[in-house]
Structure formats: structure tokens, C-alpha cells
Design a protein around this ligand. Structure first.
Ligand code: ADP
Ligand code: ASP
Ligand code: MG
Length: 421
């Protein structure tokens, strides 16, 4: 007998038929003798709809009230799944974020889970009850509702798995695993049987939204076994532990499993992220402290700055500073920069939300030169202009015009030899 956390995303929970299907998949695991906790997302499209209501209410909405609104989508699906399970004859109940509780910090709209109280949950599971937990939501120390950032139900699932020491965390979604790139963009994308935590972490952080970044870092830290699989499976499909999804593994495990020198594989995956916006501040004084004056207020407001470039003006003691922030934070960033205009001392703010970040990821980069050069040449050959660059040990990212996203991903996928035949 194993203890399993099963997570179902928005498409899997989209309406009565889908939820009934999910209930059947869950019951199969229980029938196989496992203790099961289920983490669910809101129905697909629902969170977007709720976010829009907040935007319509107030351009600079209060993140604490935003959380109250957007956490609602998961409350509905958790109750509905419990009802469907009961209708099929199972014992099941929902456990809302505030009931467990799932304690988080107070960074509203992007809160981090601190603890999950598990004794009551475990007792109910041991008594044969299927626990249904709405993903994405938590509670601060002073009892305010929080959410974990978009895609956060993955993180809820991994955190629950860690809290109840589950043997596995199965993430059921609308694709049957992690691919070399988004299979909805590149038809020739190839499914990966295994991917290392580190690569998955990089891929997620640069836009492969199949898993939320924090879910991967948490799984890595807590040693949770994560598997990505499809909820769109036939009744006679094999059991989940032998289903051909993608398993997230350590580098050592991968070397053992695939019996290969991993670093011989140059690139594992390519990701695109259209959710960044580029901001340029012109004519900043070229002096110590100038850059700190820009990024201090942004950090204070919990805004993540990603790529940064600074252009030194030729003859003037002035520079232009360009950086990227999440597009969702752009209005807030512009307001903050305007409020700090005097202390920063810039001439103009130029904002561009029509950019896209393309990244190539692979542990093979550690030992092979030329990955970045191939990327730049491939994009140049197609006339795609690079607006900013950033790198890490196993990743190269470039910022390009949003309209060229799909083309860039496709040509890079071919250039690095990732296409299926
Ligand atoms: P869920 O609602 O189940 O959480 P998401 O929409 O968050 O599902 O994530 C699944 C989607 O991630 C897929 O439909 C796919 O389009 C996208 N995706 C992006 N990159 C990848 C990748 N490398 N491999 C698989 N899917 C990817
Ligand atoms: N419903 C939330 C979202 O759409 C969380 C999730 O689905 O993971 O972002
Ligand atoms: Mg998701």
C-alpha cells in the first residue's frame, strides 16, 4: 500500500463530465489499496475570469482582496469532486486551505507555503476517506486568505505530499508528460521519460508552465517523487505507477535509468514566456547607488526583476537601464517608478509588454561550449532581433519581439536536434 497525492489541473476539472472522470481515476487508486489525497485546480478559464473581475474593479487592486476572489475557483472544484466521489460510493471530504490549515507567508498573490497541518488529514485518510484539497490557497498567520501565484496548485500538491510523507505526487494534466518544448506550439516536440529536478526547475522558471517553478524546488528540497501524466486516459490504461508519463529524477538516478552520459545531451528543453514586460529608464546618472535606487523599491514591493541590462552613454555620465518584470506587475512597476522619480532621477520610462523570453535548458551546457552561439546564429538567420540576454550554468535566455515567439521556438528546436522524425 502506498500513500499518494494526485493533483488534477484546470482542464481535468473543467465541468461535470471531466470531474466524474477524475473521480473514477482517483477511485482506481484507492481500489488498488492506496491512501489517497487529491489536490484540485479551478476549472480551466475560471481563475482568469476571476482575475479579470479584480482588474475591472481597480487597476491597482489590493492583493489581499484579490486572493479572496481568486481562491474561490478551487473551493468549487474541491466540493464538486468530493460530491462526485460520494456519488460513486466513496467516502470523501474537502479540506479547504483555511481548514487544514495551509499556512503561508503574507506575500499576497504569490505566497509561500510555510506549514501544512496534517494529523487530522492523515486520520481521515487512514479511515478510508479520500481527502480533496483545493490547490492554490492558503492562510496567513493573521488568518487572511492567500494564493500561491498562477499555477500554484502544483505547489500545493507537492507541499501536501511532503507534509503527509507521500510515496508519490502524481500531477495529472492535459498532456501526457514533460516534452522538449510545449507540444501545443511545436508538433515535433518529443516526450521526455525522465527529466532532472534541476532542468525541470529551470524549464519551469523560464516558462514551461506544465509545472509551477516552486513545486519543483519544493519537490527537490523535500525529496518528493513527482510524476507528470495525463488525466485523459482510457479505462484500460495501466496503473499510474506504470503509466508512461514523465518522472522527475535526480541526476544520479537519470544516469542509472538511462545508462548514459547525460552531459552528452546538449539541450533538454526549450521554453517561451510571453508574460514578461520590458521597462527602460533613460538617462540615469552613472554613479554608485543609481541602480540600487531603482531596484530597492521594486524589491520592497515583492516584484521579481529578471533580466537587467545597462547601456553606458558614450560621452555623458548617464546610462539607460533596461529590465524585465512579470507583465502582471507592469502597472504597479510604472506607478512605483513614477513615485520614486526624484530619488532615481531618470528622464523617461519606456514600457513594452510585447516581448517574449526564449530559453534553452540542459545540463549538457556545463561541459559543452557553443550553445549560446548556436542560439544567436539560428535566430539571426531568421532575422529575429535579440533585445536582452541572460544565462545561468544550464540555461541561455534571450528577449525577443512577442510576435516571433513561435518561430523562434520552432527553429531552435530543430537547430538543437530535438525534433521527432
Ligand atoms: P494544468 O491545468 O493541468 O495545471 P497547465 O496548463 O498548467 O495544466 O500545464 C499543462 C500545459 O503546459 C500543457 O497543455 C502544455 O501546453 C504546456 N506546456 C508548456 N511547456 C510544456 C512542456 N515542455 N511539456 C509539456 N507541456 C508543456
Ligand atoms: N487555478 C490557479 C491558476 O489558474 C492555480 C492552478 O490551476 O494551479 O493559476
Ligand atoms: Mg498548471
Amino acid at each position: 500500500m502506498a500513500r499518494i497525492v494526485m493533483k488534477f489541473g484546470g482542464t481535468s476539472m473543467a465541468g461535470t463530465e471531466r470531474i466524474r472522470r477524475v473521480a473514477q481515476i482517483v477511485r482506481r487508486q484507492q481500489a488498488a489499496g492506496h491512501e489517497v489525497a487529491v489536490v484540485v485546480s479551478a476549472m480551466s478559464g475560471e481563475t482568469d475570469r476571476l482575475v479579470n473581475f479584480c482588474r475591472e474593479a481597480h487597476a491597482l487592486y489590493d492583493p489581499a482582496e484579490y486572493d479572496v476572489v481568486v481562491a474561490a475557483g478551487e473551493q468549487i472544484t474541491s466540493g464538486l469532486l468530493a460530491l462526485h466521489l460520494q456519488a460513486l460510493g466513496s467516502k470523501a471530504r474537502s479540506w479547504l486551505g483555511w481548514q487544514l490549515p495551509v499556512r503561508t507567508d503574507d506575500a499576497h498573490a504569490k505566497a509561500r507555503i510555510e506549514t501544512i497541518d496534517s494529523p487530522a488529514l492523515l486520520a481521515s485518510m487512514a479511515a478510508g476517506e479520500i481527502a480533496v484539497i483545493p490547490g492554490f490557497q492558503g492562510l496567513t498567520a493573521d488568518e487572511r486568505i492567500t494564493t500561491l501565484g498562477r499555477g500554484g496548485s502544483d505547489t500545493s500538491a507537492v507541499a501536501v505530499a511532503a507534509a503527509i510523507k507521500a510515496d508519490r505526487c502524481d500531477i495529472y494534466t492535459d498532456v501526457d508528460g514533460v516534452y522538449t518544448t510545449d507540444p501545443r506550439i511545436v508538433a515535433k516536440a518529443r516526450k521526455l521519460k525522465h527529466v532532472t529536478y534541476e532542468e525541470m526547475l529551470e524549464l519551469a522558471s523560464v516558462g514551461s508552465k506544465v509545472l509551477q517553478t516552486r513545486s519543483v524546488s519544493l519537490a527537490m528540497k523535500e525529496g518528493v517523487r513527482v510524476q507528470v501524466l495525463s488525466s485523459f486516459i482510457d479505462d484500460d490504461a495501466p496503473a499510474a505507477d506504470t503509466l508512461p508519463g514523465t518522472m522527475i529524477v535526480s541526476e544520479e538516478e537519470l544516469a542509472e535509468l538511462e545508462g548514459l552520459d547525460m552531459e552528452s545531451q546538449l539541450i533538454t528543453g526549450i521554453a517561451a514566456d510571453k508574460n514578461e514586460a520590458k521597462v527602460t529608464l533613460t538617462r540615469i546618472a552613472d554613479r554608485p547607488g543609481a541602480v540600487a535606487a531603482i531596484f530597492g523599491p521594486l524589491a520592497g514591493a515583492n516584484i521579481n526583476v529578471d533580466m537587467i541590462i545597462q547601456n553606458i552613454a558614450k560621452d555623458l555620465p548617464e546610462t539607460d537601464v533596461t529590465f524585465t518584470v512579470p507583465a502582471a506587475d507592469l502597472a504597479r512597476v510604472q506607478a512605483l517608478l513614477a513615485a520614486h522619480k526624484d530619488s532615481i532621477g531618470y528622464a523617461q520610462i519606456i514600457a513594452n509588454g510585447k516581448v517574449s523570453k526564449i530559453s534553452v535548458v540542459g545540463v549538457g551546457m556545463r561541459s559543452h561550449a557553443g550553445v549560446a552561439a548556436t542560439m544567436f546564429k539560428t535566430l539571426a538567420d531568421r532575422g529575429i532581433n535579440i533585445q536582452a540576454i541572460s544565462t545561468s550554468e544550464i540555461k541561455v535566455s534571450v528577449l525577443i519581439d512577442e510576435d516571433e515567439t513561435e518561430l523562434a521556438v520552432r527553429v531552435l528546436h530543430t537547430a538543437y536536434g530535438l525534433d521527432t522524425n
